[in-house]
Design a protein around this ligand. Structure first.
Ligand code: SF4
Ligand code: NI
Ligand code: NI
Length: 709
């Protein structure tokens, strides 16, 4: 049999199964029965992105199958094989969606099945920054449990996101391996059709971040090929169905690596036979051109971004440090070169061995840095990375920052020999690695002695934090001479540009004006460039000739005008990694804001995901805007439309998070006390009528403003 025959026969088999399954479903439920995946605004995401048609009922699903059939041409040309591969994938999606009829939850622990839009948006930033350098799809059963687990772990140690389909799921389970999105190992499902759930992620990424028009299959495939660093590892023996799925993967630009030698035909860079499973990793990275940044740190446990989301439960922890209960601090301190001894790590106070198991302790670490180009403004930028550095240690968990951090060290890490001094080792090597442009020498002092921690916290750290806050609070858009662009997200959202100002941070929430400034100085040719502001056009809108020129240049002409303070006129674009979205609510003349964490309904009749599907992709969408959480309390928030008094609704959690700052801004701008009490939330209303009733009762100022459109 030729490769063509195998693809075609696999495709035919899956098509037959799909047809049977749809007919059976229609017989059971009737053809008007609704079909959908949960938590997505993209219907059947694969079918929708390839054809531009949204399927909502079994009847439409049956019609869609007719469209799929037209892809299944049978000439022996490469394109026919690719299209049959895509057809196989679409059939798999149909089979999978049938499992979700009537709100069923067909997948159980540890399998995920369909992944929500929110998961894809969360993957956006790490994929952009290269923090997730690739996506591995492992299919079938490895020759042995050991080989399978070793392969999964090898990717995990590189930060690669691993998805599992079929027998490998039981193999990692048998080995007792921890799986889940938080450790970047996602078992999808045991049926081969569940592989569609990762394809669905890749295709939705193209719609969400790449602004690919659904139905534009050519651009879609180019996007996945150029920008989604995925690849497939398929364990033999391969049946024809898997071969057909593989053809679909290759059509999307994802190489397939297999240990099958019989009846397989090598296609350079696309279908690769690697008999030695221990070489799958290297072969795959080479085929997909993935470069891994190597971080060799001298500690007894692994260090990789895959461990960033790992959670250490109370029962699994050896000791904990908790800034909310005892005195803790983390600080970068710029010193004179003579005061810093490079790579010196000192622990002042007890080591973990001397701490009672399960106890809560103090910790304060001061990272002393020196360098000709070092500036105190960089200190908070470096400090903010500590969370990420410490979290990447296997078996160590970190949350919070400044003097409110919390760290847990697991039994397993402790048993492997991990001690406090290794935290110093990690901080040292990462700071030297990442900030080599400004840090020439670095020394770490870690205090665990409670009295010393109290001293460091109250006498050293807090005064420095306060000074920094004052500086930041005094920074306004008017008080600075330049703004900065950020194009970090262009790796995924090719025409997106953020303009970062002191009062408007990047929409991801992670890049403040000071961060952008530091990024620019650390890497003058990097993602953040200076934007002058010498030629204002309209101060109310926040429009400048300089800004327009910059966005034109950095978007390669995709954008012509961008205002900084308007949601209606030439608003800033959104990539996809916004912390929040705000959208106009016509009945109250106001805007509704939803944050990513909020899964419920908003008074716009849309969830966060649905609002997000109208906002991303680096295009301007007047009336909708992605933004960072902290922007909500800014005096520049929608200044052109009247500012924060337009805010009529926010999820309760977000409201509480931003309350102090938002109330202070409302008091200053409008003389309103406790403004957040006037803003609705999901406990008050999730429909416009109830919301307007609530706002009327509270005398919310938006009701008296001009309509926004
Ligand atoms: Fe992406 Fe904008 Fe954040 Fe830069 S500031 S990382 S472009 S969202
Ligand atoms: Ni204290
Ligand atoms: Ni982004």
């Amino acid at each position: 049999m030729t490769l063509f025959d195998r693809v075609f026969s696999g495709n035919d088999a899956v098509y037959g199964l799909t047809e049977g399954a749809i007919d059976a479903a229609i017989a059971q439920h009737g053809e008007d029965k609704a079909v959908s995946f949960p938590d997505t605004a993209y219907s059947l995401p694969c079918y929708y992105s390839v054809t531009g048609t949204k399927v909502t009922t079994l009847k439409e699903l049956k019609e869609a199958l007719g469209v799929v059939k037209t892809l299944m041409t049978r000439e022996k040309r490469l394109n026919d094989a690719f299209m049959s591969g895509i057809a196989t994938a679409l059939c798999a999606e149909f089979i999978e969606v049938l499992k979700y009829i009537d709100g069923a939850t067909p997948y159980e622990e540890p399998c995920y099945g369909h992944l929500a839009d929110a998961v894809i948006r969360e993957l956006g930033v790490p994929l952009v920054t290269g923090d997730i350098p690739g996506v591995a799809v492992i299919l079938g059963s490895a020759p042995s449990v050991e080989e399978g687990v070793a392969l999964v772990k090898s990717y995990q140690a590189q930060g690669i996101l691993v998805t599992l389909v079929g027998g490998i799921i039981d193999q990692v389970k048998e080995a007792g391996m921890n799986t889940g999105a938080n450790v970047r190992v996602i078992p999808l499902g045991k049926d081969v059709t569940s592989v569609i759930h990762v394809v669905s992620v890749a295709l939705r990424a193209a719609l969400i971040f790449g602004n690919v028009t659904p139905g534009d299959a050519g651009t879609l495939m180019k996007y996945t090929m150029d920008r989604v660093p995925a690849f497939v590892n398929a364990f033999g023996p391969l049946d024809d169905v898997v071969v057909a799925c593989g053809a679909g993967a290759i059509a999307l630009g994802f190489p397939v690596i297999t240990n099958e030698t019989e009846n397989i035909f090598r296609v350079p860079k696309s279908l690769i036979v690697q008999e030695d499973v221990s070489k799958f990793n290297a072969t795959s990275l080479e085929a997909r051109d993935i470069k891994i940044k190597i971080t060799n740190i001298d500690i007894p446990v692994a260090f990789a971004s895959a461990f960033e989301g790992e959670i250490i439960r109370r029962k699994d922890m050896q000791v904990e440090f908790d800034g909310s209960r005892v005195d803790c601090a983390e600080l970068v301190h710029t010193c004179d070169a003579s005061e810093v001894e490079d790579h010196k790590i000192t622990v002042v106070g007890p080591e973990v061995d001397e701490m009672e198991e399960g106890s809560k302790n103090s910790i304060a670490y001061v990272v002393k840095v020196a360098g000709k180009n070092m500036q105190p403004d960089f200190e908070p930028v470096i400090e903010r990375k500590f969370h990420n550095y410490i979290n990447c240690i296997e078996g160590v968990y970190h949350t919070g920052q400044r003097d409110m951090q919390r760290i847990r060290i697991s039994h397993a890490a402790y048993d492997a020999g991990f001690r406090i001094k290794h935290i110093g080792e990690v901080l040292y090597s990462q700071v030297k690695n990442e900030f080599d442009a400004v840090v020439d020498k670095c020394e770490v002092v870690i205090y665990t002695d409670p009295a010393e921690c109290t001293r460091i916290r109250h006498e050293v750290a807090i005064p420095i934090f306060e000074k920094r806050d004052d500086r930041l609070a005094n920074l306004t858009d008017e008080s600075v001479d330049v703004y900065y662009s950020c194009i970090l997200c262009q790796a995924f959202s090719p025409s997106h540009v953020c303009v970062v100002t002191p009062e408007r941070l990047g929409l991801c929430g992670a890049v403040s004006w000071l961060d952008a400034k530091a990024t620019n100085e650390l890497d003058p040719n990097g993602p953040c460039q200076v934007i002058t502001k010498e030629r204002p056009i309209n101060e109310e809108l926040g429009s400048y000739e300089d800004v327009d020129e910059a966005v034109q240049k950095f978007s390669q002409g995709a954008l012509e005008h961008v205002t900084l303070y308007s949601i209606m006129q030439d608003p800033m674009t959104s990539c996809g990694c916004f912390e929040c979205i705000c959208g106009i609510e016509p009945f109250s003349n106001g805007v509704v804001i939803a944050n990513r964490e909020y899964a419920g309904m908003t008074p716009l009749g849309m969830t966060f995901s649905e609002m997000a599907s109208m906002t991303g992709g680096g295009v301007q969408t007047p009336g909708f805007m992605g933004h960072g959480k902290h922007f909500i309390a800014s005096k520049k928030f929608m200044k052109a439309e009247g500012g924060i008094e337009r805010i009529v609704w926010m999820p309760k959690e977000l409201k509480e998070f931003i309350a102090d700052r938002l109330n202070a801004t409302a008091k200053e701008l409008y003389g309103i006390d406790n403004f957040t009490d006037m803003i609705g939330d999901e406990t008050v209303a999730t429909d416009p009528e109830a919301l307007v009733e609530f706002l009327t009762e509270k005398g919310h100022p938006a009701l008296g403003l001009d309509p926004m459109m």
